[in-house]
Design a protein around this ligand. Structure first.
Ligand SMILES: Cc1cc2nc3c(=O)[nH]c(=O)nc-3n(C[C@H](O)[C@H](O)[C@H](O)COP(=O)(O)OP(=O)(O)OC[C@H]3O[C@@H](n4cnc5c(N)ncnc54)[C@H](O)[C@@H]3O)c2cc1C
Length: 384
């Protein structure tokens, strides 16, 4: 019988939970250590390309994912000033073309699906990891409360400010892109009523709608089987900001930032009451993820700009591949982690760089042709 590994995962976000699910399905013992006092997600949406959906389905989560997510019809690009259609990319044939649909999800819904799919007593809360260590026999994680966890491997899935990454490779220098975004979620009917019952508003019910301006973007898409509308607006600015998704802002600050934009956008923003802003930072791809029996996954390994909407998708792919690689050679976990890194680092780094280039292209006027995402969507980590 194949050896059963003991795997310590740092971080109970989308990546840590997806990895726990993938590893448990293959019969390995998993412990998740999360610094927060309870597991949860911020109120925001995310888009899941077919590459991510294929991995989620293969984790046995198809019925829950299909029930709670939305399958938008198209990706529509509109002019910020007059609402003219600039570009339409249909999603409907995603299944035929790439083997899975293009979906949108409330982050809390996706996180909840993954959380319910892991063994509940494998999650340990209030455990802030400070450092990790690897030796010939095992890997060790040390926590702020004095606890230490030992396993065959330690996986740092502790997000953009990863303590595990810092232990392995030192502190990095994120680059502020001078782009600030505001976000919110609205009941769909409330949003449509405010936007006005016209063709533009109807589009927001069934499409991913991106309003483009040289000064920034506004992005709307349906969530939770169409009950909710995800609302985002971002702009280039000289203002300085901290790297966080949850800096409280004010309604007036948000509205003032988009003065002169199309009334449909302003009416939707006008309905958002709990206002948060976040600044976009960029980082260079790492050249290594693994040291001995410790490796990285998700934003800890490849923090990327959200312009290609692939951060969570590439993270879910990582989780699937990590489990496959560890399962393939459980007698040599360090070699298995190197195989995982070899399969993932190039693809993740390419998406990181392409997300940066798309961000830079977005500023150019007239609009450059959008990058083809076929190479991202057609990838199937479950096929190997
Ligand atoms: C504005 C924005 C929009 C986005 N839109 C999309 C999108 O449309 N599609 C998409 O695919 N992706 C999107 N992303 C990216 C996506 O959200 C991330 O890539 C994804 O959440 C990464 O998951 P993760 O588990 O690696 O990290 P996280 O979700 O950040 O989870 C890390 C976990 O580790 C915990 N933790 C941190 N430090 C420690 C520690 N020292 N000890 C213990 N626990 C710790 C945290 O509390 C957290 O629970 C977006 C990101 C942003 C900012």
């Amino acid at each position: 019988m194949a050896r059963r590994l003991r795997i310590i995962i740092i971080g109970g976000g989308i990546g840590g939970l997806a990895a726990a699910r993938a590893l448990a399905l293959r019969g390995h013992e998993v412990e998740i250590h999360e610094r927060a006092s309870q597991l949860g997600e911020v109120g925001a949406g995310l888009q899941l390309g077919p590459n991510a959906v294929k991995a989620l389905y293969a984790l046995g989560l198809r019925s829950e994912v299909d029930r709670l997510c939305c399958a938008p019809e198209s990706n529509v690009m509109l002019n910020w000033a007059d609402g003219a259609v600039m570009h339409i990319e249909p999603f409907q044939d995603s299944f035929t073309q790439y083997g899975a649909p293009y979906l949108t999800a409330h982050r809390a819904d996706l996180h909840g699906i993954l959380m319910n799919a892991v063994v509940q007593n494998s999650i340990h809360l209030n455990r802030r990891c400070l450092s990790v260590e690897s030796n010939a026999k095992n890997a060790i994680a040390r926590f702020a409360d004095g606890w230490q966890a030992e396993g065959d491997v330690v996986i740092g899935a502790d997000g953009i400010h990863s303590a595990v990454r810092e232990t392995l490779w030192g502190k990095d220098q994120p680059r502020y892109t001078h782009y600030l975004g505001w976000r919110g979620i609205l009941p769909m009917e409330q949003a449509l009523a405010a936007m006005g019952d016209n063709a533009k508003a109807a589009m927001h019910r069934k499409d991913v709608v991106l309003w483009r301006s040289p000064a920034g973007t506004a992005l709307f898409y349906p969530l939770r089987a169409g009950e909710l509308l995800n609302v985002f607006a971002g702009k280039y600015t000289d203002e300085w900001a901290e790297e966080s998704w949850t800096v409280p802002s004010t309604h007036d600050e948000m509205i003032d930032s988009f003065e002169g934009w199309h009334p449909t956008i302003l009416r939707a923003l006008g309905e958002v009451r709990e206002v948060f802003k976040w600044a976009f930072f960029d980082r260079e791809p790492l050249t290594r993820w693994t040291q001995g029996r410790v490796s990285l996954l998700g934003d800890a390994a490849h923090p990327m700009m959200p312009t290609l909407a692939q951060g969570a998708g590439i993270t879910i792919e990582d989780a699937f591949v990590l489990a496959r690689c560890l399962d393939a050679q459980p007698e040599n976990p360090a070699a298995a982690l190197m195989a995982y890194e070899a399969e993932r680092l190039g693809r993740a780094s390419k998406v990181q760089i392409m997300a940066r280039l798309q961000f830079e292209d977005n500023r150019k006027v007239p609009r450059p042709p959008p990058q083809s995402k076929t190479w991202i969507y057609e990838h199937d980590v479950t096929a190997a």
